[in-house]
Design a protein around this ligand. Sequence first.
Ligand code: HCA
Ligand code: CU
Length: 438
Amino acid sequence: MCGTDGTSGANGTGTRNGANGGANFRSNPYQPVGDFLSNVGSFKIIESTLREGEQFANAYFDTETKIKIAKALDAFGVDYIELTSPAASEQSRRDCEAICKLGLKAKILTHVRCDMRDAKLAVETGVDGLDVVIGTSSFLREHSHGKDMAYIEKTAIEVIEYIKSKGLEVRFSSEDSFRSDLVDLLSLYRAVDKVGVNRVGIADTVGCASPRQVYDLVRTLRGVVSCDIETHFHNDTGCSIANAYCALEAGATHIDTSVLGIGERNGITPLGGLLARMVVTSPEYVKSKYKLHMLKEIEDMVAEAVEVNTPFNNPITGFCAFTHKAGIHAKAILNNPSTYEILNPADFGLTRYVHFASRLTGWNAVKTRVGQLGLTMTDDQVKEVTAKIKTLADVRPIAIDDADSIIRSFHLTLHEQPGKAAPVKVQNGEPVEVANGL
Ligand code: HCA
Ligand code: CU
């Protein structure tokens, strides 16, 4: 079966995988680069479909939908569910209370501005923790809230101490971290770490960061604070999964995701895409923690709620994610799926599909189809009918039914004239079923 099941024993060895770096890397190319900082085998997911995802252009979640999504994410196994601030609207506040009352296993967080009024309102809803945020880049300081770093630090400490005094978990994060002054950022985080914040957060609010920049910043921060590190990556330049992965390698502990990546503009790290990456790196950890079979159902639920389709090239659940087309690929896949698959569809309750209705097909794929249709042919006969399929597929795109019809007609002729296969007729670019006796 597919080699993603960790049978080599090189993967998924847990948090600190520095000890098995070099030698195993040669025997398993998917082994992460050995690094004592790395959390690729022990990360936590903060699922933000009901916060960042609500900022997606098409999103409107009524209470019932929010509850359905929260329950599904909880059953899937995410560690945290982040909700829109109760300060956003009265209904947001009520929904937050309702979700807190569900008694889910996942911890419930709400996301608030670094402001005592917002914090007080949030604490009253029954959440397990608050994700506090403020903009620290010069862009946001000048053009958004207009506060200087001294004010930010003072307010941050007040808000954090207040939340802690209520016995709740607290994270402090800077919006636009990658365009913030590094010295400002590190001294602010050191100050909040000292007063006992549970996590600090790095946010690539505009999606400008590259994996290398993420690695450098998280690694630097890891040397400055002792608390956990949460990271949040927008996908404007297509780096949101790679950035999350690099953040974990550099010592981040928590990754923000949303289902299908929905969020502001083109969104953030998608839950499914992150898990596609991580199941390859740390199969045991990911498979034991998350109900991967539920991924498609959850994506379909959210896609329907926000009225979008799952993209064709979505990791895992895109319609062609496990479709193999070229004859060379099909042959190898049929022998051993690991040849052209790094993810095993069975891990997600899905199946692979070997495409055989095209001009690129090969006789091995067609042979499998012949078997699926319950027909028997010699290899030479399969090769002959493959040539017929290719002939028609050179004229126009063909559907499965077309190829099946060619196979069936050909098979029929074999039984009429044993040892001699009559040609399949093609009229107006259509295969014609050859009836008995014709
Ligand atoms: C936003 C805020 C945020 C916050 C991220 C965080 C961002 O701009 O909507 O709290 O870590 O991207 O900066 O989503
Ligand atoms: Cu964001």
